[in-house]
Design a protein around this ligand. Structure first.
Ligand SMILES: [Zn+2]
Length: 222
């Protein structure tokens, strides 16, 4: 009996297993080397840091196959300097897999961003969304001038991405990879209403770059 056939029959997992089998058979037909290559390991060039929202499956929207994108997704694509989960993913992707690009991707009509713009008590999620509320506070004047809710969501989402890029640029592993092998960071927003990807920011001005490197570059003590 194969591993896939153990356990009670007819459950949801068995339905999924049959679906996967259909997918893998068609994959084998269109690309006979796909599974043997997958079994040998991965060498993705992209690290994708995005929202957990079900409408943004990164490989699908990028038109890439399994094995081509290393992924970290969380609610509202928040990158915090002390979050052990995202830090571990970043460390592995940058130092070991040596990805060439990191994409920080937000999206329009993000529930997490909307929650940070509202004032409903959400329990644990309030803790998670704290950095987003901080950004809301920092940009209150600008956000309050906007009448349109989706405009506010979009703007706060942009600030969240810029902050995420800033946090990445202070990470020692990322700094080393940017300096030594030109690792590139990009901020983007996926528009769920039309499937377009908006580029938010992917460069840093010279003056700030110098100050950042001076403050954050560290070397192993001899
Ligand atoms: Zn979201």
């Amino acid at each position: 009996m194969s591993e896939q056939q153990t356990g009670p029959k007819g459950g949801f997992a068995h339905t999924l297993a049959s679906r996967v089998e259909e997918w893998s058979s068609s994959m084998e037909q269109s690309d006979p080397d796909f599974f043997p290559k997958s079994a040998k390991g991965q060498s993705p060039k992209i690290l994708w840091i995005g929202c957990a929202d079900s409408r943004i499956p990164e490989s699908t929207i990028l038109g890439l196959k399994p094995g081509e994108v290393f992924v970290h997704r969380n609610i509202a694509n928040i990158i915090q300097p002390t979050d052990i989960n995202s830090l571990s993913v970043i460390e592995f992707a940058v130092a070991h897999l040596k990805v060439e690009h990191i994409l920080v991707c937000g999206h329009t009509s993000c529930g997490g961003v909307n929650a940070a713009l509202a004032n409903n008590r959400l329990g644990l999620l309030d803790v998670w969304l704290q950095p987003m509320r901080q950004l809301r506070m920092d940009h209150t004047d600008e956000l309050e001038k906007m009448d349109n809710q989706s405009e506010k969501t979009h703007r706060l989402s942009q600030y969240n991405i810029l902050r995420g890029l800033e946090v990445l640029r202070m990470n020692p592993t990322v700094i080393d990879a940017m300096t030594e092998r030109n690792l590139q960071l990009h901020g983007v927003i996926y528009h769920v209403e039309n499937g377009k990807l908006e580029v938010v920011e992917s460069t840093e001005d010279e003056h700030r770059l110098k100050k950042r490197l001076a403050a954050f570059t560290t070397k192993q003590a001899a």
